[in-house]
Design a protein around this ligand. Structure first.
Ligand code: ZN
Length: 470
């Protein structure tokens, strides 16, 4: 059995023997990656869909933590935290929510079973397996209906909004270990634990309450693995990852002020819905769309902006700009006209944790940007399929988990953007055989600055390291 555990928002540098003794031992005993990557934008639901598909956002189509669909609401975005809103977007488009097959679908086609549980938003859990190829349990809802009925029969009503994140986590872990595993004997179980994300968002990085939350998460991880080792003696592989890193915020950017400022760059009156921010994207319509190059240039003049990327099919209108495919996007029907990231610095906060961004979030700390502190996530692989005591500096990422799981289960896996993490596998190649190259792309940012995209490449697979202003 392959267990994938996502610890939402856990930064690699916060895993210490003091804060997370169990995960530290697991990393030392198994294969630990020191150069793992979330996909950009480094937000939860985008990375949930990448874990679910082994594909980049430009291909799976969850291009933002919020989506914008004119057919659903021309004036505002919908939150991917709300699974009903996701279903409404797909229904309005008349297309599947995810534009590529999911890991769960590929497994089911091969006669294998995947179960998924999550203590984050229903939307995040839903995106792990939106076509219901195997049961999915969130604290607020479960799919299919028969699974939800059984959860309610065993544990009482689904939890309400007043519950805290650890109550929600314990609820879904119980449903997994007591119900889904014995009933399904799954080949793959995905467990999404919503902390330390909340604790860090609301309290900041490195503060005592956030560090205590790491301990809470660590104890639950240890209990979960111990339980499943008992169920699958000698046959439990475990991959622990996070969906993004985290940064302190130095400037809470106002997007409504941005819309006003950018509208001034358009030499024609704008109608409501001509310029809408959603997730990390700016969507244009009418007179705004006709003035894309002017808006791009004006946007690049704003000091907080740290990088701008134009939808690939519009790049001929802005010839010196960088396309969204440079950072994992492309020209999906949901791709914004302009994708943005904020400026970042490696400054250290009062609690000793490095990394600040300029970010529209209202929270103390957040993520979503192309700062290395947001991009770098954790990846630890442990169990009989993986090397012991390996520390791998080879670039890898959350996009590689689906291909690696499918390889371990001998399920065909064509058309994925990620790669099999051969270097972590027992009997796999030595690290020296894994050639890694670095590349950089640059383009203008407004009229006076330039942006540089740094990438690592392993065997034809590219990973976004950062976007910086120079
Ligand atoms: Zn997250």
């Amino acid at each position: 059995m392959i267990l994938i555990v996502v610890l939402d928002g856990l930064r690699p540098d916060l895993i210490t023997p003091d804060a997370m003794p169990y995960l530290s031992r697991m990393a030392a005993g198994g294969a630990a990656c020191t150069d793992s990557h979330a996909v950009f934008p480094t937000a939860t639901r985008i990375n949930s869909a990448t874990l679910a598909t082994g594909c980049l956002p430009g291909r799976h189509g969850i291009v933002g933590n919020e989506l914008y669909a004119r057919a659903v609401d021309p004036l505002a975005s919908v939150s991917c935290a709300d699974y009903r809103a996701l279903q409404a977007v797909a229904a309005a488009e008349g297309e599947p929510l995810l534009s590529v097959p999911t890991l769960a679908e590929r497994l089911r086609a091969a006669g294998r079973t995947m179960v998924a549980v999550g203590s984050g938003s229903p939307g995040t859990t839903y995106l792990l397996n939106p076509t219901g190829a195997g049961p999915v349990v969130n604290w607020a809802v479960a799919w299919p209906e028969a699974t939800q009925d059984e959860v309610i029969r065993r544990y009482g009503p689904m939890l309400d909004e007043a519950t805290d994140s650890l109550t929600r986590t314990d609820f879904v872990l119980r449903a997994l270990t007591e119900y889904l595993v014995p009933a399904q004997r799954p080949d793959v179980a995905v467990v999404w634990i919503t902390e330390p994300d909340h604790a860090q968002h609301h309290n900041g990085l490195g503060v005592p309450v956030a560090m205590e939350m790491l301990g809470e998460v660590d104890r639950r991880l240890e209990a979960l693995v111990a339980h499943l080792e008992g169920e699958y003696p000698g046959a439990l592989d475990c991959v622990v990852t996070s969906d993004h890193g985290f940064s302190s915020i130095t400037n809470h950017v106002s997007l409504s002020a941005e819309v006003e400022a950018l509208a001034a760059a358009v030499p024609a009156p704008l109608a409501p819905g001509d310029m809408v921010f959603a997730g990390s994207g700016l969507y244009l319509h009418g007179a705004a769309e006709e003035n894309l190059p002017r808006i791009l240039e004006a946007f690049g003049e704003h000091p907080w902006v740290g990088g701008l990327f134009v939808r690939d099919d519009l790049i001929s209108l802005c010839p010196r700009a960088l396309p969204q495919s440079a950072v994992g996007g492309g020209a999906h029907r949901r791709s914004p006209h302009i994708l943005y990231t904020g400026s970042w610095s490696a400054e250290v906060n009062a609690d000793g944790v490095a990394g600040f961004t300029e970010n529209p979030s209202r929270l103390i700390a957040s993520h979503g940007m192309a700062s290395p502190f947001d991009v770098n996530n954790i990846l630890v692989a442990w169990g009989p399929s993986f090397k012991e005591g390996l520390v791998s500096p080879i670039a890898c990422g959350i996009v590689d988990l689906a291909p690696t799981v499918l390889h371990l289960l001998e399920v065909p896996a064509e058309g994925l953007d990620g790669r099999v993490l051969w270097e972590l596998l027992r009997g796999g190649p030595d690290l020296a055989a894994m050639e890694m190259r670095h590349a950089a792309l640059s383009g203008p940012l407004g009229t006076r600055r330039a942006q540089v995209v740094e990438l690592s490449e392993v065997r034809g697979h590219e990973y976004l390291d950062s976007v910086s202003v120079v």
